[in-house]
Design a binder for this molecule. Sequence first.
Ligand code: ADP
Ligand code: ADP
Length: 231
Amino acid sequence: MGSAAAMARTAPQRALIFLGPPGAGKGTQARLIAERYGVPHLSTGDMFRDHVRRDTELGRRARPIMERGELVPDEIVLGMVEERIARPDCRMGFVLDGFPRTLAQAEALDRLLEAHGFGRPVVLHLVADEALLLRRLAGRRTCKLCGAVYNIYDRPPQVPGRCDLDGGELVERPDDREEVVRQRLASYHRQTRPLVDYYRARGVLVDVDGTADIEAVSRQVVALVERAAAS
Ligand code: ADP
Ligand code: ADP
């Protein structure tokens, strides 16, 4: 049991999907459960931010859309996700964070999961009220070097403004400004929220109380995933 891989719990061989509004804690929880099972954490937001940083063609298309708080067109997102899921490290399962976000993306994901021999996904719906989301987004800071996420109110770094892991500078995401946040919440309600009914009707969605502290939410997530994976 020396290596991290050997320490990892048996991978669920499922797609675990975190669904919820901006600031609900998708990235925080996705990272924790992916580490626990030793499977990849696929965040479409992180992938886009990486393209923007590297100034790729995809990044140049996505950047103005993200800055307005709108959703990047499905065909761009789908190409990126399809390529990522096809890689060998996803064979034992993977954690999706921020995808799918539209009904068309959810339907395309169903086809992808079937093509790769995965069964039904486990959808973890993080529920939190708007006042809490606004506070979390206003306090969110991200390491410029490794992408680790902190919160100046709820999860402060040991040294203000510096990442605990690598000392990188902690910065605010440009789309966490209040006026962009409002647009992102509107996009969520209009385009993403219908996925709650889509997955609930299929019996694969579980509600998670996203208002508890990070460790308590994580305990709920682990228990729900273990129950779902055993069924
Ligand atoms: P949050 O974690 O706050 O919900 P993300 O980091 O997931 O935000 O996404 C940031 C932005 O990236 C979104 O506002 C959107 O512009 C774009 N984006 C990320 N994932 C998707 C997706 N699946 N479909 C369309 N746009 C996306
Ligand atoms: P999302 O990916 O859904 O947009 P994040 O995981 O990035 O959400 O979390 C948003 C902000 O709230 C971050 O600053 C994070 O540190 C903080 N946060 C996440 N989960 C919790 C929690 N359970 N309690 C308090 N703060 C949290």
